[in-house]
Structures are given as C-alpha cells and as structure tokens.
Design a protein around this ligand. Structure first.
Ligand SMILES: [Zn+2]
Length: 330
C-alpha cells in the first residue's frame, strides 16, 4: 500500500493535488537526506481535500534543493486516491487521520510501519498539516502539554488546542517520542505562506525550545467533547427548510472559538425523533449538560466554546458536527 522513496519524483510539485495519481501510486513516504541527520517529519493530504500542506511543500521546494538540504526531511503524502478526487476520503476508505493507534487493517499497518521507521530515524519533530471545512482561525494542536510541544505549536499560532481524542490521530502517535503538532490552517488553499514559513522555521532549529505557555503569550484550549449527529438524522443550514431533522443557524461556523453564553440559539429541531450527541473524551454522553430543546429551538445549556463547527453536510455525517473546548490556564 505504501510506497517509500528516497527522492522527490520528477515533476511531483509541477502537479496540483488532484493530479498526483499521474506521479504517485498511492500513499507515499519520501525520505530526503540533509546535513543534520535527524529528520523533520511533515505529513499532509491525510484528508485528500486538505491541500494547503502540499501547496506549502511545493513552495518550500521552490527555495530548497532536495539534494542540498540543511536537515533531513521525511514527507508523507497520505490519501492520494482521495486527493485525486478532491475528497476527504473515498467512501470505502478509513479516515487516514484515524489509523494511527491500531494494527489490524492494512491502513493501520501502514501507519504503524511509518511510526516505527520514524522512531528508528530519531525524528526531530512531526508536523501534520490540515485544513478545516468551516471558518476557523489558524491554530495548532498538541497532544501533550510539555514545554517543547507548546513551543512548537506557538511557532505556528498563538492559539493552541490540546486534545487526546481522537487518539487515533497521527500527531498523537508521534507525541509519544517527539514533539509533534497538527496544524489547522483555515480552509483548503489558505495559509500556504504561513505553513511554509512554519516548516522552514522548525526545520532550521537545532532543538525545539522549551518555553512555557505564559512566556509565549498563548491561549490554550482543551477539547472537551465531540458533537455528533445521530445516524439516520438529516441536517440543513437552509433556514427555510423545515423538512430536515436539524436546521442549524446560517452562520454556524462563525461560532468557532467564540465563547457562547448559556441560552445561545444553535438551531432548530423539526422532528422530535433525534437528539444531538455530545460525547466527552472518556466516551460519556454529556448531551444533557450541554444542549437543551425549548419548543423547536436547540439551545446551549451551559457556556460553550466551539471549534471546527462545519457546514459541510458530508463531513458532518462522515465525522462530526464539531468540537467543544474549554480554556486552559497553564
Ligand atoms: Zn484534516
């Protein structure tokens, strides 16, 4: 399933993400040797339609010659079949950012082999580049709150999210043995310059500094819960459409990273059959503490801070409606 190369194939960066099937057979790991031995690991296209990481690497290699790199660099280009079609994943596929904790399926075995390979190479740091489908600020995510993780994240954004679920994420697997971060750089195609500069900055460090959050002037959030729509329920954002089970407010993704007071209207429920599921990090259903239904209105019952709220109905069904966070003081 995985192809491993020791150079960038001819023409790779002359192609856009939807044309990569012309150059690559599938998921591809590229090890490039540089002067400093410990490689920086950069992964992208784990979700095939999230293109900014690939485009940032394209920019990076306009500046750097792969044969003359100051540090070794390993690139993982993930879900190439989905990227070719401009999709997060293909219908029958696993989510490539949920395959990093098991060893059963072919995709999980591929992930395990990449992790053990990078461990052997004493990877310097790991960066996994993603985009959001909803409106969000640029932010980094870490899975440990050690100073080197927080500092790594701070080099991309002063907004940092700490999460340990989904535990099957790539950054989670790498966090066990090197500083690692998942970065979220807006919608696909956004943030290319910022991601390229970030990769470059980390690339040139001799070691990741160990600063504390307060020294870095960071705002750190902790992901508390994930919001899911029950299987079989239908969703719309069209305020006129009362035929669907749930109709969320028009500017739903404007709520991301906003602190919402109890009583905030989230949408309407036009059939009484379904309830929104809010599942905390330990898998406990906390829906009753978070959501209330008043008539056909869906109301925030407590203070909530959403992230990754999306209006992409396919993503809502495939993954989730979004997450809830709390502020952390470190
Ligand atoms: Zn993603």
């Amino acid at each position: 399933m995985l192809e491993i190369l020791d150079e960038i194939p001819e023409g790779l960066f002359d192609h856009g993400p939807t044309e990569l099937h012309k150059i690559l057979k599938g998921p591809t790991l590229i090890h490039l040797k540089g002067e400093k031995e410990r490689p920086l690991f950069v992964s992208t296209l784990l979700h095939g339609n999230e293109t900014s990481g690939f485009l940032a690497l394209q920019k990076f290699f306009q500046k750097y010659d792969q044969k003359n790199l100051p540090r070794s660099l390993t690139i993982f280009l993930g879900n190439i079949p989905a990227a070719t079609q401009g999709l997060r994943k293909l219908e029958f596929q696993e989510d490539f950012n949920r395959i990093w904790a098991g060893n059963k399926t072919e995709a999980e075995q591929m992930a395990t082999s990449i992790v053990s390979e990078m461990k052997k190479k004493k990877v310097f740091a790991a960066i996994d580049v993603h985009n959001n489908t909803g409106k969000n600020p640029f932010y980094g995510c870490v899975n440990r709150l050690l100073p080197e993780f927080v500092t790594l994240g701070s080099l991309f954004s002063k907004t940092l999210v700490y999460f340990i679920e989904p535990h099957e994420a790539l950054s989670m697997a790498f966090s066990k043995f090197c500083p690692s971060t998942t970065i979220e750089c807006g919608k696909p195609g956004e943030g290319i310059n910022e991601v390229c500069s970030f990769i470059e900055e980390v690339y040139h460090l001799d070691e990741i500094p160990r600063k504390r959050a307060h020294e870095l002037d960071m705002q750190i959030y902790h992901t508390l819960a994930r919001i899911k729509i029950p299987v079989g329920a239908s969703v719309t954002f069209d305020q006129e459409d009362k035929s669907k089970d749930f109709c969320f407010i028009k500017d739903f993704d404007d709520l991301n990273f906003e602190e919402l007071a109890p009583g905030t209207l989230l949408g309407h429920r036009y059939s009484g059959n379904f309830e929104i599921l809010v599942i905390d990090e330990t898998g406990v259903d906390i829906s009753d503490q978070i959501i209330s239904y008043e008539g056909d209105k869906i109301i925030a019952k407590s203070t909530i801070i959403p992230s990754m709220f999306t209006k992409d109905i396919k993503v809502i069904h495939q993954d989730c409606l979004g997450y809830l966070m709390e502020k952390l003081e470190l």
